[in-house]
Design a protein around this ligand. Structure first.
Ligand code: SF4
Ligand code: SF4
Length: 389
């Protein structure tokens, strides 16, 4: 006799439970289900945009209206399954001269979007098997959805002063993802309490003062934005605060006590690959277009492109105090990318002496881009000022 399970007979509670079981099997550390409502944080989000804290990320403000309700992502949506996957693997690497730090989320061998999307699709398959004809939409980062609001609503955790979603057991090294559906499900209780208390460690530790107030991030000052999203030169006054951060920044999560006992991820694809743990800033400065594409095409580090990543590497070297970087930086004064030439000049101004100043004077004579010429002039002055001391 053929044995068939009529999964369509599952009621909302049974289906919700089945989805959570499958989510656990797929490696999601946390899961919860929220109704599709207008998010609580909508007015704060509008205020954040009004204050210009999104910087050049105009793709956020351009879809402002769609954030008002998840129906902007999936028409007729009723429920949102919120999921979190843990990416805490190794400890933060030790910092040495010339080494460059990469944000933990990008240490692995894959682009997490691809990995999570596949898992979400498997979860969506459960919905489609059990409610044939239902509609679903998988979301990892790119849709106009206030994911942290829905994660809180689904009971996954609270919104920390560092603006991250924090779970008491799992901490905040979590990728958030969402599965939207037009089906009703059984909803979890929202996480109503906050557990930051009087702690201000994250606010105090931020090297670029990117928190104008608790729970609010001015992305324009955040190293993550500066090193990943910003296409132009990084404002000179923020460069020293970048320290050795090449791509992203983890400081406000590293210092959070809720991450002390956060569990380790068992996803091997998130294990750090050696050349990003830490990265070698001098080696990165030598990358051609083809080499950059070959190494980073399918990783998060592709986003700033070669120009942005080498800009960041030059600034890290400028902050390192390591004069062994000078030959590599001097070569980049002739790079085809103005962004890289300007950052190299700044770094040389920090590390170099009269010989490098002479190189930059020669370069200045035929530099055609105004902002690069200004960087060269400022760097020459910086070296002259050091020589006169
Ligand atoms: Fe500050 Fe770094 Fe946190 Fe950005 S990621 S807010 S720069 S500590
Ligand atoms: Fe909250 Fe302290 Fe963690 Fe900041 S460091 S998010 S204030 S618990």
């Amino acid at each position: 006799m053929q044995h068939t399970v009529s999964i369509a007979l599952m009621n909302d509670a049974e289906l919700s439970s089945a989805i959570k079981s499958e989510a656990r099997r797929l490696g999601f550390e946390l899961s919860g289900i929220a109704p599709a409502v207008s998010p609580d944080g909508l007015s704060a989000f509008h205020e954040w945009l009004n204050r210009g804290y999104d910087g050049e990320m105009t793709y956020i403000g351009g879809r402002e209206a769609a954030y008002a309700h998840p129906s902007g992502v999936l028409e007729s949506v009723r429920s949102i399954v919120m999921l979190a996957i843990n990416y805490r693997t190794a400890d933060t690497p030790a910092s040495e001269p010339g080494s460059a730090r990469v944000s933990r989320y990008a240490w692995g061998s894959v682009d997490y979007h691809d990995l999570i999307r596949k898992k979400l699709q498997q979860l969506a398959d459960v919905m489609h098997q059990q409610r044939p004809g239902c509609r679903t939409r998988c979301v990892v980062d790119t849709a106009p959805l206030l994911e942290r609001d829905f994660a809180r609503l689904a009971g996954l955790g609270w919104f920390g002063k560092n603006t991250m979603l924090i779970n008491k057991r799992a901490g905040s090294w979590l990728f958030l993802a969402a599965l939207l559906t037009d089906q009703t499900l059984q909803y979890d209780e929202p996480h109503e309490t906050s557990h930051c208390g009087t702690c201000t460690r994250c606010l105090d530790a931020c090297p670029t003062d990117a928190f104008p107030e608790p729970y609010v991030l001015d992305a324009r000052r955040c190293i993550s934005y500066l090193t990943i999203e910003l296409r132009g030169p990084i404002p000179a006054e923020l460069r020293p605060g970048m320290g050795d951060w090449l791509f992203g920044c983890d400081i406000c999560q590293d210092v959070c006590p809720w991450n002390n006992k956060a569990p380790r991820s068992d996803e091997p694809a998130f294990d750090p690959v050696p050349d990003l743990y830490p990265a070698d800033a001098i080696a990165l400065l030598g990358l051609s277009d083809d080499e950059f594409r070959e190494r980073f095409r399918h990783t998060p580090l592709w986003r700033p492109k070669r120009a942005g990543l080498l800009r960041n590497a030059a600034i890290v070297l400028g902050n390192s105090g390591d004069t062994r970087a000078l030959p590599a930086l001097t070569l980049r004064l002739d790079d085809k990318e103005p962004l890289i030439r300007g950052a190299a000049a700044w770094a040389i101004g920090r590390l170099g002496g009269p010989q490098e100043a002479a190189c930059m004077r020669a370069r200045l004579e035929h530099e055609e881009i105004a902002h690069v010429a200004a960087e060269l002039s400022a760097a020459i002055r910086a070296i002259e000022a050091k020589s006169n001391q």
